[in-house]
Design a protein around this ligand. Structure first.
Ligand SMILES: [Mg+2]
Length: 328
């Protein structure tokens, strides 16, 4: 009988999707599930974090708490929704230090507060290993929700922030324990909540997803929903500056195919892109990150990376659970 390690995370989700096949106003497979709530959708998402897959050695409890909260809010952001609250179920070994628990809670509180919500409660249970199952809820007008589908051929592709930041930190783990800023790149992702709401309100964004598993994997998942091709211009990519000193092939691999950046990638109606980019520049509060035009949506076909050297396939590879490797 096949094991999860044979099929990978996405096929495992398909096993469940065939069972949970009713009651979805927007269908399955998006960053959030929804229930109808008058003129709005109440959106919900859950994400579980544990040391084996997400928490590198040296991480502080407070960083772990922030991370477990932020990855959930990132999915709320991808839907263009306003966060409403967060709950978390904590599985903890019984010899956990009380200070660890306090730090974990403080990290969760800090992240929740940053995005104008509260930690509403949760559950604590004894377990052999640490695991944090977070759940975030939010709200968005029905006609303004952002889904993974909705793009049309000719739409343009934009991305927030820069890419390869977390991939760079992952790579550094191999040679030395991480500390300081690099550890922050892994464990303090800043969910693009304001940006997601900005996209939603613009009326110009046709689809959106957060980049938790790398751009290649993210665009492959969007293509899986629409059947369209997503073409990325390599020279336009906002590559994280920490990758500049690396061999170009390594920098390319990390910025396209490593997970953990939690930026948003969105498709935009061609006639709305100029206004979107200029409004983004002028209306955002602190200019914490940028918005970059990186490509366009094409007709059905494989995803493509275009560079001065020519065209090559933009692959679906990236982080996938139950698979043996993380970043090559
Ligand atoms: Mg997501």
């Amino acid at each position: 009988m096949a094991k999860l390690s044979d099929i990978g995370e996405r096929a495992a989700i398909q096993v469940l999707a065939r069972i949970f096949d009713r009651g979805h106003p927007i269908g399955l497979g998006h960053d959030c599930g929804v229930v109808e709530w008058g003129d709005e959708y109440l959106v919900a998402t859950t994400d579980v974090v544990n040391p084996r897959t997400h928490i590198p050695a040296g991480a502080t409890p407070s960083q772990i708490g922030w991370y477990a909260t932020a990855v959930n809010l990132s999915d709320i952001a991808a839907a263009g929704a306003r966060p409403l609250g967060f709950v978390a179920a904590l599985s903890l070994p019984k010899d956990t230090d009380i200070e660890f628990l306090r730090g974990l809670g403080m990290g969760m509180e800090e992240c929740a507060r940053e995005f104008g919500i509260a930690v509403l409660g949760g559950d604590t249970k004894e377990s052999d290993t640490l695991s944090i199952a977070g759940t975030a809820i939010g709200r968005v007008r029905k006609d303004r929700i952002l889904l993974r589908k909705g793009a049309r051929p000719g739409d343009l592709i934009v991305v927030t922030g820069d890419l390869g930041r977390a991939g760079h930190a992952y790579r550094e783990i191999a040679s030395a324990p991480l500390k300081g800023e690099l550890l922050g790149h892994l464990l303090r992702p800043y969910p693009r909540v304001m940006e997601g709401m900005f996209f939603s309100e613009s009326g110009a964004v046709t689809s959106c997803m957060d980049i938790s598993d790398g751009l290649g994997s993210t665009l492959a998942q969007m293509a899986g929903m629409t059947g369209l091709s997503y073409q990325v211009d390599w020279e336009a990519m906002p590559v994280h500056r920490g990758l500049e000193a690396l061999p170009p092939a390594v920098a390319k691999d990390l910025s396209l195919y490593s997970g953990g950046d939690y930026e948003l990638v969105a498709t935009v109606k061609p006639e709305g892109v100029e206004t979107l980019l200029s409004r983004y520049r002028t209306e955002r509060r602190a200019d914490r990150n940028r918005l970059t035009l990186i490509g366009r949506v094409g007709p059905p076909g494989p995803n493509v990376l275009v560079s001065k050297a020519g065209k090559e396939p933009l692959l679906a590879k990236g982080w996938e659970h139950f698979r043996p490797s993380r970043v090559q």
